[in-house]
Design a protein around this ligand. Structure first.
Ligand SMILES: C[C@](O)(CO)[C@H](O)COP(=O)(O)OP(=O)(O)OC[C@H]1O[C@@H](n2ccc(N)nc2=O)[C@H](O)[C@@H]1O
Ligand SMILES: Nc1ncnc2c1ncn2[C@@H]1O[C@H](COP(=O)(O)OP(=O)(O)OP(=O)(O)O)[C@@H](O)[C@H]1O
Length: 293
């Protein structure tokens, strides 16, 4: 069987991992309104999954059980597929099924990761042979978080999050709490009370504990569920917001320590935590996507 016919018959099942922002400083604003930031992206071993197969007639079709995501045409998976199709002028199409496990609007980069996995998967199936750098450049217009998922490595990031330097992190276990609320990233970045004047730091300052998430004070004020989640998780470790929220996380000394925190969450009688989901994820340096191809 040739590589092409193998590609066209077998659906490709790929992971779309989540990320945490271990810190997030906003250092300025570009003329187009986008914010300049510094962040440390930690990829996780947990996320969504996609199944992709080729459609020879050029159609892009999409399936997802999660009805809360809105119209298929607006889904980042479909937008990524159309963008690659137009850019490469391939005559091929695809049928894509999204198995959504990550909450949306939760600061975990779920939509961006789905878009990145779509670009990587279709580039492979369609044999369009773009480099990862070219796919990342194409993806940044879909979301500022797409490039890190395409490059596939935990990274120090600057610019709007697209200037990436891969870093090797200790890969600890994290407890992640996802309150039931969705936070709209655009709303936080356009809020008058957002801190936008942090001085740039070097990685040594992060390692010395001199970092924060600049969105956190504002998001805690606007979303009491997030404030409660941070207060509760702080009893077990240094808890922080990821991205613009709504999820919060704390690194744990071991998987067992993480399990103990989840058990405490399940038996907590605090009404402010009702609807908040807790889960455990392991930090990974390399994205599981590239290992699948
Ligand atoms: C907060 C982070 O998750 C940190 O990793 C990202 O910066 C956000 O990335 P994202 O969800 O992929 O965001 P996008 O879909 O690109 O942008 C949503 C909206 O947030 C604002 N936005 C986003 C990123 C950024 N660096 N500056 C901004 O001002 C813009 O108004 C934009 O319209
Ligand atoms: N495949 C997708 N998965 C999740 N959301 C999607 C998807 N496609 C489009 N969206 C839209 O994008 C919005 C943001 O979703 P996403 O999960 O990427 O946010 P987020 O976790 O806050 O990301 P970030 O950390 O990058 O800000 C959702 O409210 C939803 O309407």
């Amino acid at each position: 069987m040739t590589a092409m016919s193998e590609n066209s018959t077998r659906p490709l099942r790929l992971p779309a991992p989540a990320k945490l922002n271990l810190f997030l400083h906003i250092t300025g604003r570009r003329p187009d309104g986008y914010h300049e930031l510094q962040t440390l992206f930690q990829l996780l071993d947990h996320g969504d999954e996609l199944e992709i197969s080729i459609q020879p007639d050029g159609q892009i079709t999409f399936e997802c059980q999660d009805q809360t995501l809105g119209a298929p045409d607006n889904n980042l998976v479909v937008r990524a597929a159309r963008q690659l199709q137009q850019h490469t002028r391939t005559g091929l199409g695809a049928h894509i099924t999204l198995y959504k496990h990550l909450p949306a609007g939760a600061g975990l980069g779920g939509g961006s990761s789905d878009a990145a996995t779509t670009l990587i998967g279709l580039n492979h199936l369609w044999q369009t042979n773009l480099t990862l750098e070219a796919l990342a450049e194409l993806g940044v217009s879909l979301g500022a978080d797409v490039p890190v998922f395409v490059m596939g490595h935990s990274a120090w990031a600057e610019g709007i999050g697209e200037k990436l330097t891969p870093v090797t992190l200790p890969e600890p276990y994290f407890v992640v709490l996802s309150p039931a609320c969705h936070v709209n990233t655009g709303e936080i970045f356009s809020h008058q009370q957002l801190t936008r004047d942090s001085s740039p730091i070097k990685i040594a300052a992060f390692l010395a504990g001199q970092s924060r998430n600049d969105c956190e004070p504002l998001v805690r004020r606007l979303y009491p569920e997030v404030d409660s989640a941070i207060q509760w998780l702080s009893k077990f470790g240094p808890a922080r917001l990821t991205g613009t929220g709504s999820s919060v996380f704390a690194p744990m000394a071991s998987e067992q320590a993480a399990r103990n925190v989840l058990q405490a969450l399940n038996t907590a009688e605090d009404p402010a935590l009702s609807g908040t989901k807790g889960w455990i994820a392991k930090g990974v340096n390399r994205s599981p996507v590239l290992k699948c191809l």
